[in-house]
Design a protein around this ligand. Structure first.
Ligand SMILES: NC(=O)c1ccc[n+]([C@@H]2O[C@H](COP(=O)([O-])OP(=O)(O)OC[C@H]3O[C@@H](n4cnc5c(N)ncnc54)[C@H](O)[C@@H]3O)[C@@H](O)[C@H]2O)c1
Length: 245
């Protein structure tokens, strides 16, 4: 639970913006911010961009559930071929390849900035970018300026690799502590339950709920969060079907 729901969402969300800001020193407020992919990472980035005052946050998605979620969370949704024409800053977070191609780059505004926080360096089609450019120069560390045939300039951060790792410091330890605790306790659980698990072959198992709960309880305690506790009456009500409308 902690990896996707906390570290991908809040960790990648914040550190991606951190990477963009450290690389470009751009102002997010007033910008048109495009995010490809509204999964855990993309949603985190989009929410942070909105919080920093982006004038419009546009989501490009292939999954209707994710697209709906984005729309109901106040984002615009449109295909990349339309977003390409209006965006100031583009972030890919899909796990897919060639999400931004020459057909999109050719439509981008002068000064558009592209970066990736998803998969390796394949989400932005760099061979395409090289092909349609007449020149390239590094104008700041990890900021490459590409000049297109008509003189427009578009910028690629971190050579298309994960911008939060290349241009910033990755996720804050305050979110990684939950992922690492969850993973360490999961390994301990596997070792303790090895007899039950042997013979299952190669399977992917969910982390047992009690481990997620233990980590959540410890994190709440560390953050000084105090919770309500169910009364016996409430526990009975929630676990039975005898009462209710
Ligand atoms: N930068 C980091 O530190 C960091 C941290 C965690 C994960 N990641 C990487 O980020 C990527 C996304 O992770 P996630 O947890 O958000 O995954 P996810 O599966 O929750 O989200 C990916 C989203 O992208 C959408 N998508 C896929 N192909 C698309 C396309 N061609 N165009 C538009 N949308 C498309 C999917 O529908 C999905 O909603 C993965 O590659 C993952 O390895 C990076």
């Amino acid at each position: 639970m902690f990896k996707p729901k906390f570290d991908n969402l809040w960790g990648t969300g914040q550190s991606t913006i951190d990477g963009i800001l450290r690389a470009t020193a751009d102002l997010i407020a007033g910008k048109i911010f495009v995010v490809a992919g509204y999964g855990h990472c993309g949603r985190g980035v989009a929410l942070r961009a909105k919080g920093l005052g982006a004038r419009r946050v546009i989501i490009c998605e292939i999954n209707p559930h994710r697209a709906l979620t984005a729309a109901l969370e106040g984002m615009e949704v449109m295909p990349m071929r339309e977003a390409a024409e209006v965006g100031d800053i583009f972030v890919t977070a899909t796990g897919c390849k060639n999400v931004i191609n020459a057909e999109h780059m050719k439509k981008m505004k002068n000064g558009a900035v592209m970066c990736n926080t998803g998969h390796f360096n394949v989400e932005i089609n760099i061979p395409d970018l090289e092909k349609i450019s007449v020149s390239k120069r590094e104008i700041r560390p990890l900021v490459d300026e590409y000049t297109l045939e008509d003189g427009r300039k578009i910028y690629l951060l971190a050579q298309g690799r994960l911008v939060n790792l290349a241009c910033a410091e990755g996720h804050p330890s305050e979110v990684m502590d939950m992922s690492f605790s969850d993973q360490a306790l999961a390994v301990e659980w596997i070792v303790k339950n090895r007899d039950k698990l042997s013979g299952m072959g190669s399977v992917v198992l969910d982390i047992p709920e009690e481990i997620d709960r233990t980590v959540a309880e410890l994190k709440c305690k560390a953050m000084g969060l105090r919770l309500d506790v169910l009364t016996p009456e409430q526990e009975a009500y929630l676990s039975g079907w005898a009462e209710g409308t």
